[in-house]
Design a protein around this ligand. Structure first.
Ligand SMILES: Nc1ncnc2c1ncn2[C@@H]1O[C@H](COP(=O)(O)OP(=O)(O)OP(=O)(O)O)[C@@H](O)[C@H]1O
Length: 270
């Protein structure tokens, strides 16, 4: 994908499976939104082959669009609509929508149903964006930084909602800068750096590819010992033999997605 002469995506090869949550991570400007906008049919790529729900998004029809739910980075329109009316209206544009009252309840917006959208708080507005994205009961949902601005309680509730949608069979493509969110929600993660896929796989596969080290901590002679190892199970086994039993104060810390991601970005910039 080029904008003018500038190439911003340089060959992105990935397949999203039915029913999985795919997290798309990457630094600002890496090309995540561009990728997602191409998949949503909002941008026509300058090259390559894209298929979403069996069709080329750039030339797909309304029937195809009904299968897709989109939550963009920020919608600040519809200020004069009431929340409930807006959802009713958008629901009426879909062939088989979710019930409006249930959707309001799911997003914790029942009390705001009669409020105008312009008066919602930032977090409530974002929840309305998500409600608008799922009201059509899509097969495939795109979420672009869905929890930016959520307080921790709402964020937790939102994660539970995503898990329920996933259990219901929805396929979800999520872009986020929140690595804990990606780690909790995604089946697989793609890391996009400078328009290329730097890594793609389950979080365990990414850890393996990045040859990330686990940290093993224990107590010996009243001192805290810490060793990093690619094979922590072997080290623990050796310690168990050495102590001839349980290892005092044993902790094994696997690398988090955040550790892996930060390492990849640092390597790409080096
Ligand atoms: N309409 C446009 N015209 C020209 N360049 C653009 C346009 N939209 C995006 N870009 C450029 O393309 C690159 C990728 O942008 P994109 O918005 O896809 O990144 P992103 O990974 O979503 O970033 P962020 O995390 O900041 O949202 C950036 O360098 C951006 O400046």
């Amino acid at each position: 994908m080029r904008y003018g002469r500038r190439e911003v995506l340089r060959g992105i090869d990935l397949t999203v499976r039915h029913g999985e949550v795919l997290a798309l991570l990457g630094p600002n400007g890496a090309g995540k939104t561009t990728t997602v906008e191409i998949l949503e049919g909002f941008r026509t790529p300058t090259g390559g082959h894209v298929e979403v729900l069996g069709e080329d998004p750039a030339h797909a029809d309304e029937g195809w669009r009904a299968g897709i739910g989109v939550v963009l980075q920020s919608w600040r329109d519809h200020a004069r609509w009431r929340v409930g009316e807006l959802l009713e209206h958008v629901a009426s544009c879909h062939p088989a929508p979710r019930p409006v009252a249930e959707t309001l309840d799911t997003l914790g917006l029942t009390e705001q149903a009669d409020q105008t959208c312009g008066r919602l708080s930032g977090g409530q507005r974002r929840r309305l964006d998500v409600a608008l994205g799922i009201i059509g009961d899509p097969l495939l949902l795109f979420l672009d930084e869905p929890t930016a601005g959520f307080d921790p309680v709402v964020r937790r509730e939102f994660h539970e909602l995503i898990e329920r949608l996933k259990e219901g069979g929805m396929t979800i493509v999520l872009t986020t800068h929140d690595l804990h969110e990606a780690e909790r929600l995604s089946d697989r993660t793609a890391v996009l750096i400078d328009g290329r896929i730097a890594a793609f796989g389950t979080n365990a596969q990414l850890a393996e590819d990045a040859r990330a080290q686990a940290r093993v901590v224990w107590l010996e002679d009243d001192e805290r010992r810490e060793v990093t190892s690619e094979d922590p199970s072997r080290l623990v086994w050796e310690l168990h033999q050495k102590f001839d039993g349980p290892v005092p104060g044993l902790e094994v810390h696997r690398p988090t997605l955040e550790d892996i991601y930060l390492r990849m970005v640092a390597e790409a910039e080096a």
